[in-house]
Design a protein around this ligand. Structure first.
Ligand code: FES
Length: 187
């Protein structure tokens, strides 16, 4: 015949079992919650990766070419500043080594990169930063600029207009101004 359990001991046993059950439930719940969270995080990361793949990083750059009107728009000796603000280029019709031509001068001082100004009355380019001066053909003659201004490529496009290509530069001191890609011969 078994001895009846004392009511106090039974109650203590019941509360211990309840405590273990609560712990198990809590642990199971937290494992499930952790697993679910990890799954959701993985899915989100995968979706973000797929999104980046669909929309790769593309840098949209300004076009390097622009039209600059017809050759006959430029009179002999003219320095046209209409493309300075948008493109940083002078279109010049002048002579280089005795040959009349149209060329596109890059408006960047070869000293430290300031933008020179065309002085119509003095017929020269003058840099406001440290005083370098350049003749109409872009050759430096005063101030700290160590070399002439640069030219951009220029050609006559299919529609008959001048097309300047800023992705290609030509330096006088390297003999590159003799390259027919950087001028249009005019009569
Ligand atoms: S940047 Fe033009 S003279 Fe110095």
């Amino acid at each position: 015949m078994s001895t009846p359990e004392a009511p106090g001991r039974a109650a203590r046993g019941g509360s211990r079992r309840g405590f273990f059950r609560s712990c198990c439930r809590y642990l199971c719940g937290s494992f499930l919650a952790t697993g679910f969270t990890a799954l959701v995080a993985t899915c989100v990361m995968w979706l973000l990766g797929a999104w980046r793949f669909m929309f790769p990083n593309v840098v949209i750059e300004a076009p390097t070419k622009f039209s600059a009107g017809f050759p006959e728009d430029y009179g002999a000796g003219q320095v046209d500043s209409q493309y300075i603000a948008q493109h940083g280029v002078w279109i010049v019709r002048h002579e280089y080594e005795g040959r009349p031509q149209i060329y596109a001068l890059r408006a960047v001082c070869t000293h430290l990169g300031c933008t020179p100004t065309w002085l119509e009355t003095e017929q020269r380019f003058k840099c406001p930063c440290h005083g370098s001066g350049f003749y109409k053909d872009g050759i430096n003659f005063e101030g700290p600029a160590p070399r002439p201004l640069e030219r951009y490529a220029i050609r006559i496009a299919e529609d008959g207009q001048l097309e300047v290509d800023k992705s290609r530069k030509y330096q006088e001191e390297l003999g590159q101004w003799l390259d027919p890609e950087c001028f249009i011969e005019v009569g």
